[in-house]
Design a protein around this ligand. Structure first.
Ligand code: SF4
Length: 68
């Protein structure tokens, strides 16, 4: 099954291939990130952009392009 097959309507197409998504979704403290990116405007997510190019996503890359 590919990533898109499990993705809900309005959700980032890479949600289930993104290592960060389950972490963000599991915590109410991270709700900003999921709403602003994963279930919102995922097209502006740095991880989405990288995944869409078929490149490996650095594990410490945040949706806003900053690294932790
Ligand atoms: S962090 Fe980015 S790539 Fe990952 S699920 Fe959210 S919007 Fe998609």
């Amino acid at each position: 099954m590919n990533d898109k097959a499990k993705t809900r309507a309005g959700e980032c197409p890479h949600a289930y291939g993104c290592a960060l998504f389950p972490i963000l979704r599991a915590s109410s403290a991270m709700e900003y990130w999921t709403q602003a990116y994963c279930t919102g405007d995922y097209g502006r997510c740095a991880r989405f952009e990288t995944l869409s190019k078929g490149l490996a996503v650095p594990p410490n890359l945040l949706p806003n392009g900053k690294k932790i």
